[in-house]
Write a protein that binds this ligand. Sequence first.
Ligand SMILES: CC(C)(COP(=O)(O)OP(=O)(O)OC[C@H]1O[C@@H](n2cnc3c(N)ncnc32)[C@H](O)[C@@H]1OP(=O)(O)O)[C@@H](O)C(=O)NCCC(=O)NCCS
Length: 172
Amino acid sequence: MTVKLKQCTSEDLKILQNISIETFYDTFKDQNSPENMEAYLKRAFNLNQLEKELCNVSSEFYFICFHEELAGYLKVNINDAQTEKMGNESLEIERIYIKSNFQGNGLGKYLLNQAVDIAIGQNKRKIWLGVWEKNENAIAFYRKMGFVQTGAHSFYMGDEEQIDFIMTQTLI
Ligand SMILES: CC(C)(COP(=O)(O)OP(=O)(O)OC[C@H]1O[C@@H](n2cnc3c(N)ncnc32)[C@H](O)[C@@H]1OP(=O)(O)O)[C@@H](O)C(=O)NCCC(=O)NCCS
């Protein structure tokens, strides 16, 4: 298969915003109210917010292309960019999204392996992520990839408090 990765720069801001909104909306629209969805999309994916994240030296974004078409993206965080205080020996996968028409082609696994390679290259001891307790597909995918549940934290979707499972893979 023809798969290419590209690390995003600030020049990719608008494309990043589009794919972030499209994939988040497609994944969660059926299980959330339109009001909460709209509030979340505005807060998380406005251009100022995404630009700040792109410029953070402790975060990296990657696009994945399949046969030259943009198919998904990955966001990883280290150090203080992590959304929980996990320490400097951890790497967080904050976002991993494959567009719905490209799912099931091994692209999620490819992005996840990219996160593992980055973590190993930086001598991290573990990779962790938060996943909504109701996102059964993603939980099954992460289990398949060797992650186990190690905790939970709250996540706000608009004004609704939701529970995210924290899942972890130990590298060393
Ligand atoms: C979850 C997601 C990233 C997985 O990516 P994908 O490209 O569809 O998955 P892949 O084709 O790379 O699958 C890799 C492996 O996981 C398995 N897998 C994927 N989804 C699965 C599921 N729902 N149940 C069981 N196994 C699954 C595949 O069978 C495959 O196994 P193999 O290596 O033995 O062949 C993708 O479906 C997605 O973007 N979903 C919507 C967004 C989302 O929920 N993101 C996570 C937010 S926390």
